[in-house]
Design a protein around this ligand. Structure first.
Ligand code: HEC
Ligand code: HEC
Ligand code: HEC
Length: 437
């Protein structure tokens, strides 16, 4: 966000918050428990809570790198500064061990901590507010059965005036639509209803896949139109049937459950942990999410996608087009040296196992080169047995120019789409944005 945008945004927060004080800002504390409640012996309830925690990515956000599960401390980068997730293990001093179920439910529904202070919306309570009483009870039982960890959350690094929590009252007034989802406008299947409940609620998919306004809230008129998160583009989820090969229900289910869709690509960047958690929920839940997502797609376009433009006539040396031709040549050489062992037509990756082809990849077909650049810079980590996703990072071995060359080449040669403009500049800019190792 631009500096003036940020200042205007901050000023707007102040005005709205002033209006909201007295209405929303001061919430009562809920009496602390002396000790965490006894661990539930209801195994079905605990198992349900575990599945719901996977659906809500609770562990991902509430675990620092190399930290203990649920003990908090993961830095989340927002346009307003860094917010650290908190400890949600049942430790009485530094976690939520003194929180009654009522206090937990209020946090999930309204973003209010036990002591009455307001939580920042980096915690996706605008979505968790949709969760039913039964599911909140199961999540609470599950969290209270975790091993308590003593771990205070690091102090947030937020710009003034956003380090002043009561200001969130104004934000809530504008953007928190608390409570369960209303009945749909027309009759829907059970599967669709379940899918909507999971996608809009615990799944909080819109928090990454919807563009943000200047106050860091999802733009209300553009749900699922695509967003930007940690330097990656979260593609639109409401145009999946407009992809080069329209997504099917089956592919969407497979992508969400395994992180791989044969005609689209592999989940990478911030989407990888989402699919790793969805791998642990019942297939029927993931299928229901796919049903709901498919219902928000436009009709497939009647005409086939535009044919690739004809190759331009050869240009005399010394012109920009000739520079492009040289870039293509260098790109082909880099591709053969660094990429072809996996992405070449006869690479085992394609002949065995039917992995996605580069030409169909969302990243290579996207209007912006951002995700393709991120993928080449950072690769996709080797995760447990899921070696199907693994791609090495090239940040240390290829220069910006080499990455620009190889992506210019793959874009035109494989995706057969018009070249991205100023790809070298984009590589340099994105490399700079990324946290330095
Ligand atoms: C996108 C990241 C993210 C996800 C996903 C997430 N949280 Fe959080 N959560 C946070 C952050 C950040 C805070 C701290 C907010 C603050 O300090 O104002 C927080 C705070 C909380 C709190 C208040 C704790 C306290 O000490 O004040 C509870 C309770 C909580 N989360 C539970 C959950 C549960 C349960 C889930 C899964 C269903 C979950 N969170 C998923 C980021 C996340
Ligand atoms: C933390 C942010 C984040 C959350 C939460 C998130 N996504 Fe994503 N998603 C992304 C990013 C980033 C990508 C692009 C990843 C890539 O190119 O590999 C992506 C990619 C996808 C894709 C592939 C789209 C395409 O056109 O190739 C689908 C489908 C998807 N997400 C669905 C979901 C669903 C459903 C949920 C909720 C359960 C969800 N996402 C939650 C960040 C997120
Ligand atoms: C060790 C094998 C390996 C090497 C080497 C490798 N990749 Fe990949 N790459 C993968 C795998 C696995 C995927 C995920 C499956 C897929 O999307 O095809 C992938 C995906 C991609 C994608 C598509 C991302 C998406 O899902 O939309 C692009 C673009 C890409 N690689 C470019 C490159 C480039 C450029 C190079 C060379 C600089 C390279 N890769 C080298 C294994 C590799």
């Amino acid at each position: 966000m631009s500096r003036t945008g940020r200042i205007a945004g901050a000023a707007a927060v102040v005005v709205v918050a002033a209006a909201a004080v007295g209405y929303y800002a001061w919430q009562p504390a809920i009496a602390p428990l002396d000790s965490p409640p006894p661990i539930s012996e209801d195994r079905a309830l605990l198992a349900q809570g575990a599945r719901l925690a996977e659906l809500g990515d609770c562990m991902h956000c509430h675990t620092a790198q190399d930290g203990k599960p649920y003990a908090g401390g993961l830095p989340l980068n927002t346009p307003f500064g860094t917010i650290y997730s908190t400890n949600i293990t049942p430790d009485v001093d530094t976690g939520i061990g003194a929180w009654s179920q009522e206090a937990f439910a209020r946090a999930m529904r309204r973003g209010v901590a036990r002591d009455g202070s307001l939580l920042y919306p980096a915690f996706p309570y605008v979505h968790f507010t949709r969760v039913t009483d039964d599911d909140i009870a199961a999540l609470y039982a599950y969290l209270m059965a975790r091993r308590p960890v003593h771990a205070p959350a690091p102090a947030n690094e937020l710009t003034f005036p956003l380090n002043f929590r009561p200001l969130v009252a104004g934000w809530n007034l504008l953007f928190l639509d608390a409570g369960e989802l209303p009945a749909p406008a027309k009759a829907q299947s059970k599967d669709w209803l379940r899918g909507r409940y999971l996608v809009e609620g615990l799944g909080h998919c819109a928090s990454c896949h919807t563009p943000m306004n200047a106050l860091g809230a999802e733009k209300s008129g553009q749900p699922y139109a695509g967003g930007l998160i940690d330097g990656w583009e979260a593609p639109p989820l409401n145009a999946l049937t407009r992809a080069r090969r329209p997504w099917t229900h089956e592919q969407l289910t497979s992508y969400l459950h395994t992180g791989l869709a044969t005609e689209h690509g592999a989940a990478a960047g911030p989407m990888l942990p989402v699919t790793q958690h969805l791998a642990n929920v019942p297939l029927s839940d993931v299928q229901a999410m796919a049903t709901y997502l498919m219902s928000m797609q436009p009709e497939p376009q009647a005409s086939p996608p535009p044919t690739p433009p004809a190759a331009p006539p050869p240009a005399p040396p010394g012109t920009p087009a000739a520079d492009d031709a040289q870039r293509m040549e260098r790109g082909a050489a880099t591709f053969n040296a660094s990429c072809a062992s996996c992405h070449g037509a006869s690479a085992p990756m394609h002949t065995v196992g039917g992995r996605p082809l580069l030409e169909l990849s969302t990243a290579l077909n996207a209007d912006s080169p951002r995700n393709a650049i991120q993928l080449v810079l950072s690769g996709n980590p080797w995760t447990g047995s899921a070696s199907a996703h693994y791609m090495p990072p090239f940040a240390a071995t290829l220069t910006d120019e080499q990455i620009a060359d190889v992506l210019a080449y793959t874009r035109v040669q494989y995706a057969q789409r018009p070249a991205w403009k100023n790809i070298a500049g984009s590589v340099a800019a994105i490399r700079k944005e990324n946290p330095q190792p």
